[in-house]
Design a protein around this ligand. Structure first.
Ligand SMILES: [Zn+2]
Length: 105
């Protein structure tokens, strides 16, 4: 069975003067299928942020209706309530994958 997922780029945005963590504007992650890579130039990325973004990654990889908030909301706030950093999701391109179920339905 064929299906499509978007490759994603997640980039740190916002005013660094409002950051309470060690984020650097422009740093981020690349998501391709099941794999996560550092965006070129990124040396570190908060595991607390990664944990908070994880549920959004699978949802953002999938196509959604243009009226669905998952389609048009792109910025996720840092989980530290004292931090002003945002993490911007961008859909880069759609890739086709193949999945063979283990059992029959
Ligand atoms: Zn933060």
């Amino acid at each position: 069975m064929k299906y499509h997922l978007f490759d994603l780029e997640i980039e740190t945005v916002g005013n660094p003067k409002t950051f309470n963590c060690s984020h650097i504007v422009g740093d981020g992650l690349i998501i391709k299928g099941e794999n996560i890579m550092f965006k070129p130039g990124t040396k570190q990325f908060s595991h607390y942020v990664l944990a908070s973004l994880a549920p959004h990654i699978a949802a953002k990889q999938r196509a959604s209706e243009t009226s669905d908030f998952m389609y048009f909301e792109s910025d996720i706030a840092c989980p530290d309530p004292k931090c002003g950093a945002l993490f911007r999701f961008k859909r880069i391109k759609s890739e086709e994958y193949d999945y063979s179920p283990l059992g029959t339905v």
